[in-house]
Unconditional design. Structure first.
Length: 873
RNA sequence: GGGAGCUUAGCUCAGCUGGUUCAGAGCAUCUGCCUUACAAGCAGAGGGUCACUGGUUCGAACCCAGUAGCUCCCACCA
């Protein structure tokens, strides 16, 4: 059979993914095994795969595949999020392109479009995840608007309402004038912008000469002014307390009040108060019973209450009113000013603080267990530094505004009667019954359901429960919940992670996941966040086509410790691809031996030792690997595996057991090599599932399905034999010594050499390999020190390779002299330490001991080198 | 304004309890090799004031204080 010298992932990947699906190897149902569960952070239903997903899902797949191999009943639940505002925005945009305005459509007609869009684009991302190799149980794919899931969201609302945790209230909320909806605080992004601070003077009522000057960045809100406020301690304005000011352009008289809230140092120390359009002003308004003038419409235009500029956009008005103020002589000056302005996360328009009736969740009590159990490490954060931010947020948690003025989502189960009262109920019939209990005359046509939907996160916070229909049946949720690990981005720690923990304690009485692994942000080489608008993000599908899914997986994991941003560079994928190719070629070599196996050939000593060592080495790395996984040091686990394969297995082991060209191989060595290779494939599998599965089946016939590598048993941990590993290190040093002699003196590898050893610590374990790999005639042990030889020292043993024909004796002398000088310098530093009385008196015995050993070793080495120098002639 | 974190080789980062894993890894670079698994490879080599300043200690990349720079999170200074 001819195997190509380069690994070709394209056909392999599709073949094995189909195989895994066909044999339902990712399927999980409860059984007697211990469960290991991961729920996917559901991507937006109409989203496409980006690099962040790649990183995130590669890690999840890695964890779940390893757990599966370790005998857990491993389940990775996939699904998508309806992403109410994001999806609705996309649908609105698409309709606009077709010349349809949302406002022209009925709710039902709009939802029909939205579902159509969802069915068309929904699940693309899940198909893309399959390309990556994601081992999800696809039969369980959930959507946050599935019928049952929808029900659980509504039931959760009803439950919290009954518990008095949900209330409706008029609050200052963040209003998105483009999407025409309220946003939670977390959906507002503050950006520093260069703006202007306008100083505007207001006349004092009853005086023609007196003025008071305020400073504002939003002059258009002057239309909503109902007071002027100064600090009571501010001596500049004492004389104005209790007087009234006249709002420019409008001529409205407003009170001048005094409150500590005003900073005397900022601006003029004098603040205009617009209770309807600023959260702080709103509080002042409540405190001083001020009039509330709501001068802005939902879309950011001026309302009739503003009196002037009615119907104009808020930003046009800003320009216009400044001109008018200036013309009327009210503008004192304009300063450049940097301030922070809130933008909508989704639509990127400036948020308008707006007074409105919204639904809220009272978070104070609900969140308590969620705070405590992260702080006491019941739920562990990786890296733990995020506990700080979490605590900070949880300790200052505010009520959660959960209503959104959108159509796409879970509709709020509240109905309003003709008198404005409301009832919360699961269905309209139930609501009607509640109304009729109070007033039998009310009919269905008298009541109307709240038009708003719930915040997306009000559904996704139930994800770890509701994917198992945990609100309705126990069989699955009691088995799979709490889940094992959650892999997500720190950006959604408050949006999602914290709230899932809260819901978990509220509805299951325990944590939703044991570990939270926070990935970093995938950035480009210059450290910029990858984004569509910058165009700096490669298409993951293209990448996988180019480097193979395994190559990209390795590339993603090579340099991404938890919580650290990943500076992505395609060369990482290249390295991943090269690694895949290396493994492939190791396989080709081993496969090539199969037909050379000869039962009559006796196993060479060199191979016997090599096998023993390789097994020990494997065990040592396996121990590290398991430890790295436990600590979520994913990139270190990968690097250990990388070195195990490349350095230990390929560079050393395979060379040690490789039979001479054309020679046969003994059966024992071949079998052992296959066994080692299989173990290596197992630990590689979570990183590179496709390639390893391919080789696994090339190695031998496997039972259909059950013989798949992804359900093979993770290698058992055993003693590593550290003594042998130590001897091996010594062996490699001898080999390096020999290679250097050849290299420096241009002695071809083909030329056989002989070697003599004056051994202080004779150990012949690896001699057969030294002869084999070093291409030596022999190794002779003697107490003699042969002259005219190349020499090197390893662990107190002196190695001599007699000069061959054309030798540079001077060069050899210089080399020895350099080494001598270095060793003398080293000795000097050690002796300086040892002659320091305070060191000798204070350092622990063990440290002292090693220093003394260093000293004696250096002394004997110096003696050896000097002696060798004297034998050169 | 408050908080957290970071600064170690050209790049990305390890360095866990202060001392034999103590100055490391991978990549990149340079040199020599198409050696019958692999040039997507092999054999070697160079490269660091551990941000800076001081302190503690017999001993500091590591602990403490300060300084500088960078990053992130939180917060309504108009």
């Amino acid at each position: 059979m001819e195997i190509p010298s380069k690994y070709d992932p394209t056909t392999t990947e599709d073949k094995w993914y189909a195989y895994w699906m066909e044999h339902k190897l990712f399927r999980s149902v409860p059984d007697e095994r211990k469960p290991f569960t991961i729920v996917i952070p559901p991507p937006n239903v109409t989203g496409v795969l980006h690099m962040g997903h790649m990183l995130n899902n590669t890690i999840q797949d890695l964890l779940v595949r390893r757990a599966r191999m370790r005998g857990y009943n491993a389940l990775w639940v996939p699904g998508t999020d309806h992403a109410s505002i994001a999806t609705e925005a996309k649908v609105v945009q698409k309709l606009r392109k077709e010349g349809i305005k949302k406002s022209d459509l009925s709710r039902d007609a709009f939802l029909e479009h939205a579902w159509e869009w969802t069915h068309k684009h929904g699940g693309i991302i899940l198909e893309q995840l399959k390309k990556l190799g994601a081992s999800c149980d696809w039969e369980r794919t959930r959507f946050t608007m599935d019928e049952k899931y929808y029900d659980s969201v509504i039931d959760c609302f009803l439950d919290l309402y009954k518990k008095g945790k949900i209330y409706r209230g008029e609050r200052m909320i963040n209003w998105d004038p483009a999407a025409l909806t309220a946003l939670s605080d977390e959906e507002v992004i503050y950006k520093e912008v260069a703006s202007k601070l306008y100083h505007v003077k207001y006349a004092i009522a009853g005086s023609t000469s007196e003025f008071i000057t305020i400073a504002t960045t939003r002059p258009e809100t002057i239309l909503g002014d109902t007071a002027i406020c100064v600090n009571p301690k501010d001596e500049r304005y004492l004389h104005l307390h209790g007087k009234k000011a006249i709002v420019p352009l409008l001529g409205r008289e407003v009170p001048i009040i005094a409150d500590e809230y005003v900073e005397m140092e900022f601006g003029t120390g004098c603040l205009k108060v617009t209770p309807a359009h600023d959260p702080n002003d709103f509080l002042l308004g409540e405190k001083y019973k001020l009039e509330v003038v709501n001068m802005m419409n939902a879309d950011g235009t001026i309302s009739p209450a503003g009196q002037l500029y009615v119907g104009m956009d808020r930003f046009e008005v800003r320009t216009k009113i400044v001109e008018d103020l200036s013309a009327a002589g009210h503008l004192v000056k304009t300063e450049e000013h940097i301030n922070k302005v809130g933008y909508s996360e989704r639509t990127d328009v400036v948020i308008e603080p707006r007074l409105s009736l919204q639904w809220f969740v009272d978070m104070k009590e609900l969140s308590k267990p969620a705070l405590d159990h992260v702080m006491d490490d019941t739920i562990r954060f990786f890296p733990p530094k995020f506990k700080n931010a979490y605590r900070n947020w949880m300790e200052n948690i505010k009520d959660w505004c959960i209503s959104r003025q959108l159509w796409w989502g879970h509709r709020i189960p509240a109905w309003y009667g003709p008198d404005g009262t409301f009832e919360v109920a699961k269905t309209e019939a139930e609501a009607l019954a509640l109304f009729q209990a109070k007033n039998p005359a009310i009919t269905a046509s008298d009541i109307q359901q709240d038009p708003d939907v719930l915040d997306t996160w009000f559904s996704s916070w139930l994800w770890p429960i509701s994917v198992f229909d945990g609100f309705y049946k126990e069989d699955e949720v009691s088995y799979y919940y709490p889940t094992a690990d959650l892999v997500t981005a720190p950006e959604i720690m408050f949006f999602w992670v914290a709230r899932m923990i809260i819901a978990g304690y509220e509805y299951r009485g325990t944590f939703p996941f044991r570990n939270v692994y926070y990935t970093g942000i995938v950035r480009d080489k210059q450290g910029r966040k990858m984004s569509k608008s910058l165009g700096n993000s490669p298409d993951p599908i293209d990448l996988m086509a180019q480097y193979g899914a395994d190559g990209v997986r390795v590339g993603m994991l090579l340099s991404s410790p938890a919580g650290n941003d990943l500076l992505f560079d395609e060369s990482l994928c290249e390295q991943g691809r090269n690694f895949a190719n290396k493994i492939w070629n190791a396989f080709r070599l081993v496969k090539g031996w199969e037909e050379k196996v000869d039962n009559t050939v006796v196993q060479p000593e060199s191979a016997r030792v090599a096998i023993e060592w390789m097994n020990a080495r494997f065990q040592a790395v396996l121990a590290d690997l398991n430890d790295d996984y436990d600590k979520f040091r994913i990139n270190e686990a990968l690097m250990s595996t990388y070195k195990l394969v490349w350095d230990d297995f390929c560079a050393w082991y395979l060379e040690m057991v490789k039979p001479a060209y054309g020679s046969a191989m003994d059966a024992t060595t071949y079998a052992a090599t296959i066994s080692i290779f299989e173990n290596i494939l197992k630990v590689l599998h979570p990183f590179m599932p496709f390639l390893t599965e391919e080789i696994w089946h090339f190695i031998s016939e496997r039972a259909a399905g059950t013989g798949s590598l992804c359900v093979a048993t993770w290698p058992e941990a055993n003693e590593a034999n550290p003594a042998l590993l130590g001897k091996f290190d010594q062996f490699t040093e001898v080999m390096i010594g020999l290679r250097n002699i050849r290299k420096e003196n241009n002695i071809p590898q083909k030329e056989k050499l002989s070697m003599k050893v004056k051994a202080a610590n004779a150990d012949t374990t690896f001699d057969a390999n030294i002869i084999h790999l070093g291409n030596l005639e022999s190794i002779e042990y003697s107490s003699e020190k042969p002259s005219n030889s190349f020499t090197f020292i390893v662990n107190g043993n002196e190695y001599f390779v007699p000069f061959t024909a054309n030798v540079d004796v001077e060069g050899e002398r210089k080399k020895l002299t350099d080494e001598l000088n270095y060793t003398k310098g080293f000795l000097k530093s050690v002796e300086a330490k040892l002659s320091n009385e305070r060191f000798v008196n204070n350092a622990p015995a063990a440290v002292l001991e090693t220093e003394r050993k260093k000293q004696s070793d250096a002394l004997s080495k110096i003696a050896m080198i000097e002696e060798k120098l004297s034998t050169l002639n």
